[in-house]
Design a protein around this ligand. Structure first.
Ligand SMILES: *Cc1c(COP(=O)(O)O)cnc(C)c1O
Length: 446
């Protein structure tokens, strides 16, 4: 089989040129640019179920799913109806509404948090959780892991994953050194490093924040018992354990990543952050946790936090409707689709002789295009960094030309939805062999 002919991209290219004139890099979030894979981003005109349609009329199976939120697929009829109805009743009042109470109840019902504060983005959620942890403990230091991304919070932009890893930017200009001086960065899955850090600084550490299962350097599952070890280490030193479930929450399982360890082992984080799925494709996020910690938040307590559009009634309705539709059946389907795609991807790459590692955690997964002498298991950011981005670029574009839209970076998870039916999965499976051969052709040993 020959490589598919390139799809028409005239209208996308025109829009990208116009975007460049009025927006830095032509995009409103760096990962959307194709800098890591080359070429022009596709401008999407509409989407339905598992499919995207770009402004040139090309159709793609969507394996980005808005970087996680679209758990039910695009334009789910019940979500669209609920949102339309909510919008017709007014889009923002600056006063409390029933929708935000019900969304909070849904989150508290699924997770171990006692209460939540709604915000508009995952960045706000982690920023606020850290402020609360510092206010509660009266301490300054924050511990994070290299390759974990917690949004673009100043103090957390040290060795972050996602866009920063893609662009190999160590931290970022614009953040004063004394801000990150309060941030300690450790290798993921490394208990010895955690123990040594707490032994030395334990009484000054406000919190340790981690992705519940890191998905922003590719998917790197926590080793058995690692999250529990972190929770116990924090507790021993009077620090708070902040589990960032912005990506994993209501995606990895019905109860989020906590459903795979905390719920089984009988512990809970002190604070948690949520976003993506809980907004149903709208800007909504949250942080929550232990009642005694959350009580320190204004107006109940002294730690200030606020937001004009927090708990926005349209966003809250989208999130609530999405979560109510996210039943056990949805997660069973996601598991099945995720398994089919990752097995087929691995088989195609093996057949073409392309070194790779496929990792998953619940329904989330990713494919690492490892170096020829690379690791057989990716357990931290150093491992994840050793990838053949040239091979991924060739693979990505071959998939795109076959009508499958992957994340334009090999440092990202692949996302599926309840709407990924046999037709969508078949499109992915039939595109894989040629894409794997394109990756093989992109270069032998470096
Ligand atoms: C996406 C993400 C964030 C940031 O959320 P935004 O809504 O993009 O600000 C924070 N933490 C994790 C783990 C994420 O995946």
């Amino acid at each position: 089989m020959n490589a598919a002919a390139p799809l028409p991209t005239v209208a996308s290219a025109e829009l990208f040129a116009r975007a460049h004139a009025v927006t830095p890099g032509g995009v409103n979030s760096p990962v959307r640019a194709f800098n890591a894979v080359g070429g022009t981003p596709r401008f999407i005109a509409s989407a339905r179920g598992a499919w995207l349609t770009d402004v040139d009329g090309n159709e793609y199976v969507d394996l980005i799913c808005s970087w996680g939120p679209m758990l039910l697929g695009h334009a789910h009829p019940e979500v669209v109806a609920a949102v339309t109805e909510a919008a017709a009743r007014g889009t923002s009042y600056g006063t409390p509404t029933q929708a935000e109470v019900e969304l909070a109840e849904e989150i508290v019902g699924r997770t171990p948090v006692d209460s939540v504060r709604l915000v508009s983005s995952g960045t706000e959620a982690t920023m606020s959780a850290i402020r609360l942890a510092r206010g509660f403990t009266g301490r300054d230091l924050v511990v994070k892991f290299a390759g974990c991304y917690h949004g673009h919070v100043d103090s957390l932009l040290a060795a972050a994953g996602s866009g920063l890893a893609t662009f190999s930017v160590p931290g970022t200009p614009g953040v004063p050194e004394d801000f990150t001086a309060h941030t300690l960065v450790l290798p993921y899955n490394d208990r010895t490093a955690v123990e040594a850090t707490f032994a030395e600084h334990g009484d000054r550490i406000a919190c340790l924040i981690t992705e519940a299962a890191p998905g922003n350097m590719g998917l790197v599952p926590p080793e058995d018992g690692f999250n529990r070890f972190l929770a116990e280490t924090c507790a021993r030193h009077g620090a708070l354990f902040v589990s960032d479930e912005v990506m994993t929450g209501f995606r990895v399982t019905r109860t989020g990543r906590w459903g795979l360890d905390g719920a089984v082992e009988g512990w809970r984080p002190d604070l948690m952050t949520f976003g993506k799925v809980m907004g149903g494709g709208f800007p909504a996020a949250a942080f929550g946790g232990r009642a005694d910690v959350m009580a320190h938040l204004a107006p109940q307590g002294a730690v200030y936090q606020a937001g004009t559009l927090s708990g926005n009634p349209v966003a809250a309705t989208a999130g609530l409707t999405t979560l109510r539709l996210a039943t056990d059946d949805v997660y069973a389907h996601l598991d099945k689709v995720s398994l089919a795609i990752r097995e087929a991807a691995s088989a195609a790459l093996a057949e073409a002789g392309v070194p790779h590692v496929v990792q998953h955690d619940g329904t989330m997964f990713s494919v690492f295009f490892t170096e020829d002498d690379g690791p057989t298991r990716v357990r931290d950011f150093a491992d994840a960094s050793r990838q053949r981005t040239d091979r991924y670029g060739a693979f990505f574009h071959a998939m795109l030309d076959h009508g499958v839209h992957l994340p334009p970076s090999t440092f990202e998870a692949w996302f599926v939805s309840a709407a990924h039916d046999d037709r969508a999965v078949d499109r992915v499976l039939s595109a894989l062999p040629a894409a794997a051969r394109a990756a093989a052709a992109a270069g032998g040993a470096e």
